[in-house]
Write a protein of this length. Sequence first.
Length: 72
Amino acid sequence: MFRSIFGFAIFAVLAWLGLKIVFGILGGLIGLAMTILWLAALGFLFYLVLRVVSPTTADKIRDMIKGRPADA
């Protein structure tokens, strides 16, 4: 009886540690994804403002990002 209780206790501790590790990694990945989305939103807002203020400069930036050669 004590052996089975001890076995379940060891299993519970190992399961708890495993879940803690998995959710810790998952939380880090979600945080990284949110940071990337936040930076992408800021870039989009910057591009949108630039598109309204100076469309030719926005075109040059878009071409530079896409890898097209710039006009001389």
